[in-house]
Design a protein around this ligand. Structure first.
Ligand code: ZN
Length: 148
């Protein structure tokens, strides 16, 4: 995708071809379905939360490379984190994607910063945030969310 640096593209494509935590979690206790009608991306997210910590996470679904790579990176970044921290990462990520030029919380974002170039592509932003909104919904006890 023009505009994203080669490194970013490489990371995106790598996550897309080998998504992390692309699985169901049989004993998940918080799940949600997310849908991005603009692009047709669909995700089901499974979270196993024990004592306020995300012990396991998995996702299934179909969608474009960005939605898939973003979901993969999201699961990687929240696994083993407290629910509180996961919401912090959500906020930092959401801010990064929706407020181009803003100060990024790089300590919280880590590798997720590689997705920051997405904010130059307004039509793809919803692809990138879908997994995150789905996580937020699951943690808030909602079973369904759309990006519209
Ligand atoms: Zn998409």
């Amino acid at each position: 995708m023009a505009g994203l640096s080669d490194l970013y593209q490489e990371i995106l494509l790598e996550h897309n071809s080998k998504p992390r935590n692309f699985k169901t979690v049989d004993d998940a206790n918080q799940t949600a379905d997310g849908y991005n009608p603009l692009c047709g991306d669909q995700i089901t997210l499974y979270l196993k939360v024990i004592d306020g910590v995300i012990d396991d996470v998995g996702f299934q679904g179909t969608g474009c490379a960005i939605s898939r790579a973003s979901a993969s990176m999201m699961t990687q970044s929240i696994k083993g984190q407290s629910v509180e921290k996961a919401k912090e990462i959500f906020d930092a990520f959401h801010y990064m994607i929706t407020e181009p030029g803003g100060d990024l919380d790089l300590d919280t974002l880590g590798d997720l910063e590689t997705l920051s170039g997405i904010n130059e592509f307004p039509t793809r932003i919803k692809c990138a945030v879908l997994a995150w909104h789905t996580m937020n919904a699951a943690l808030s006890g909602e079973s369904e969310v759309t990006t519209e």
